[in-house]
Design a protein around this ligand. Structure first.
Ligand SMILES: [Zn+2]
Length: 476
């Protein structure tokens, strides 16, 4: 039997506001444990929280960027549970009136655009962090992260493969970066997701029983977790078993999910309205003010790159959905770069080098203007494409300009007629049979001879000049 995989995601993104959600402690990562907290965020009795307005703004901004409806009258609720990293023994979150609801995000996957429903986006506070001693005997609590503002983005179960979910996560990360509400540093835990997976026989309408995997910290981990869970569930069904609704934990090191606890429902958390904070009223004018601050988003860039710059759909998607490339690319265009040439360099050699270094395009060490200069040298036939690649390699290591590097590396293309004629004559003399072969229809000797000239000139001959010279001799 064939099975269909159904996946839904809950993504937590830490907001980059200056202060925490209910107190004025700094919202910073990496400080000494328990130095960025106060009686409010560490849950002392008798203190009162007050809501950071910027958190609401950021959440509404994210909601608008994901085409959501904004809730005019919203409130916050207590979600009760005990865990040592949660000193209050409840988390302030939103239950039935999230700030944003019913939106969508279009993703571009396998050459097609697919619309993913956004069920809701709400605000809540993060919990602290437990640090376990290596001897396994001690655990330490760091409350710096308590009260760090989060938005939780919940999708509809619209994904049919781990790959679709992966593309969504990438797209979402880029939207959040473009609108500037989160730094999305996965290594610092500012973007984490819970993954819901179920399978059903192909053609069946009813959803299968799902399992949920909590707090997956990397996109790669999320993909592996989804694949593992899909295969685990199919294996159970194939053996005639039934899937239990449960919460599982993804162990990235072992590459498997393990049972955390069985079925849990909302009522287990005994949600009730937070009595210490006023409800949130958002006026239509405020929403419109926030809407004005949203910059051009990946999907709009994607379309514009095709319409305005004539990029192929594939190339446009690779640049538009990756913020740092999009920013670099657009600056190059402003500097007078040719969009197609710039896109080819970005997606070709620059991507290759960044991949080797395991870096993103924000790590490109040279100015956009330098890349434009390099492409102009190629366009003007001053250097060959091969030489340009060598120059690019050096541009990642030094801040010298392409022109300086070309000179230093002795890569200026030779366009001197008499000098080239000399090499062409030499090559023709070494291959005396080629004119006859050429006249007998073996036209590929032309390419071979051009190659020989390039070799002799150490790649510096201008092929556009060499080509007609050889052709003339072959046809003589
Ligand atoms: Zn605090």
């Amino acid at each position: 039997m064939n099975y269909e995989t159904v996946i839904g995601l809950e993504v937590h993104a830490e907001l980059n506001t200056k202060t925490k959600i209910y107190c004025s402690c700094a919202n910073e990562f990496g400080a000494e444990p328990n130095t960025k907290c106060c009686p409010i965020c560490s849950g002392m009795p008798g203190v009162l929280p007050s809501l950071n307005e910027k958190v609401v703004e950021s959440c509404v901004k994210a909601g608008l960027a994901m085409n959501c409806e904004i809730t005019e009258y919203s409130k916050q609720d207590r979600k009760n549970y005990f865990y040592p990293d949660l000193p209050k023994a409840y988390q302030i979150s939103q239950f039935d009136l999230p700030l944003c609801h019913d939106g969508y995000v279009d993703i571009y996957v396998n050459g097609e655009t697919k619309r993913i429903g956004i069920t809701r986006i709400h605000i809540e506070e993060d919990a602290g962090k437990l640090i376990h001693g290596l001897d396994g005997k001690e655990s330490f609590a760091d409350y710096n992260r308590c009260g760090v503002p989060l938005i939780e983005i919940v999708t509809e179960p619209d994904f049919r493969s781990p790959e679709e979910a992966h593309v969504f996560l990438e797209t979402l990360r880029n939207i959040l970066l473009f609108i500037g509400v989160s730094d999305c540093k996965m290594q610092e835990g500012s973007l984490r997701c819970d993954v819901n997976v179920s399978v059903r026989p192909e053609g069946q309408k009813k959803l299968g029983t799902r399992s949920e995997m909590k707090n997956v910290g990397t996109f790669k981990g999320a993909v592996k977790a989804m694949e593992f869970e899909r295969d685990r569930q199919i294996a159970i069904l194939e053996q005639g078993g039934t899937i239990q609704q449960e919460t599982r934990r993804w162990d990235d090191a072992k590459g498997e999910s393990v049972l955390l606890r069985s079925k849990e429902d909302a009522h287990d958390y005994r949600y009730f309205p937070e009595p210490d904070i006023m409800p949130i009223h958002i006026q239509a004018e405020t929403v419109e003010e926030i809407r004005k601050t949203i910059p051009e988003l990946p999907n709009e860039k994607f379309k514009r790159y095709m319409d305005e710059y004539g990029l192929s759909e594939y190339d446009a998607s690779l640049i538009a959905f990756h913020i740092y490339f999009a920013e670099f690319f657009e600056k190059c265009i402003q500097e007078g770069g040719n969009p197609k040439a710039i896109s080819n360099w970005c997606l070709g050699d620059i991507s290759k080098i960044l991949k080797q270094k395991e870096q993103e395009a924000d790590a490109i060490p040279f100015a956009p203007k330098a890349l434009v200069e390099l492409t102009k040298l190629v366009e003007a036939d001053k250097i060959s494409n091969t030489s340009a690649k060598k120059v690019l390699d050096r541009m990642f290591e030094t801040d010298k300009s392409p022109e300086t590097l070309v000179e230093e590396m002795g890569l200026l293309q030779i366009s001197d007629n008499s000098f080239l004629e000399g090499i062409v004559d030499e090559v023709m003399a070494e291959n005396p049979d080629t004119p006859a072969q050429y006249k007998n229809g073996k036209t590929n000797v032309l390419g071979f001879l051009v190659g020989q000239v390039m070799k002799k000139s150490k790649g510096k001959a201008n092929p556009q000049m060499v080509n007609p010279m050889i052709k003339e001799r072959l046809e003589k």
